[in-house]
Design a protein around this ligand. Sequence first.
Ligand code: SF4
Length: 417
Amino acid sequence: MLTLDALRTNPGLLKLDLYCRGARLDDSCFIEEDGGRKILRTRAGLGSGLEVILPGNLWTNIPVSERFARRSPYSLHRERGLYVLRLDGEAVTTLALSPRPHWYDAATSTGKPMTRIGTLQGTYLGIYQAKVCEYWTQKPVKVNCKFCSVGLNLGIDDAEEKSVEEVMEVIRAARHESGITYVDFNTGHYEGDTYLDILEPFVLRIKKELGLLVGVQTPPHRDLKRYDHLREIGVNRVSFCFEIFDRRRFEEICPGKHAEYGLDHYLEAVRYCATLTDEGPSDEPWVTNGEIIAGLEPPESSIAAIDWITSVGAIPTVCVFRPLVGTDLEDWDPPATEPMIPVFRRLYEACMERGLPIGLAPNIHVSLVMLPEECRWLSPKRFRWQSAKLAVMKRVFGRMFERKLRRTEGPAAAGAA
Ligand code: SF4
């Protein structure tokens, strides 16, 4: 399946293959000079890499810094003003650099570089809020997740203290200039389960002043009733990263999560939150994500996780394992592409079979994962009836969202969506 022809004509397959194999940057590339985004260090344990847009408007983040990427068969070249991706020297496609907005070079009124408050991941704004995850500082032995880099780079790329005012300033800049529609907050674990208390003031301000979609990705609070409240105040997405469905692997790779919450509590939080769909404000959509990393357990275990998540009405977020520089797993290999294809095919098919609301939010392109709807490129099934229904829902939701933006931000707002 991984022929040059297939990679040239199937951007979903190309996106997946680039996650697994990375790319080398030829000396002819001038990413920042050509308006691209700086290759920042890792965010929230996920991705470093080069932000680009593939054919089919698939936004992605290509590994370029890791050891495996340095021996990749892919290389990126600047040729006559275009960026050309080559595989073993053969041209695969041209691609566009994800644009770097002006606010990337600006500072907040308190003097902090705006990119230390938040960065674009594709077309949404990602904010790692609050201090470093306490698994990294636990004594006598730290119990961080072994793939994670959060404790390595906090204080380098991310500001440690981020006030509500500073965060709002960056969100306004990103909204005004980059047309963002969605803000995603991410935290690690804090003693006393304080992460939701920390995030709520931010959510309330964004909802009141901008009306944007907001998501939170935190550990699963021990009091699940707290998610009823999040739903009430208009949060649109909750995401629980249990990473690995295989219990032994989970315990080995995520010792902090295992000791503090356990896999069962993660799963219960996913299940519970997925039942809250009909609660809360009717004009605020609500989705629950269970997040896993493919490549850290056998593909059949990832597929079992996808089937379980979708069976309770939640939507899987599936990352491809990236052995980030400096992490405990930096010497591991990323997964090979072929065994990943059935995993991501299943992601699409399971969501469609269950009639889950995928791909509805306006202007959201995610660079760090394959979105379920992008995985249609890996499936021979067409799901015509379900696709038509999703297209209608997308139009209805888009109109509703524009009206809401107009109400909160004023008439000039909706056009930017
Ligand atoms: S919970 Fe794990 S993945 Fe999340 S920030 Fe902490 S160590 Fe990293």
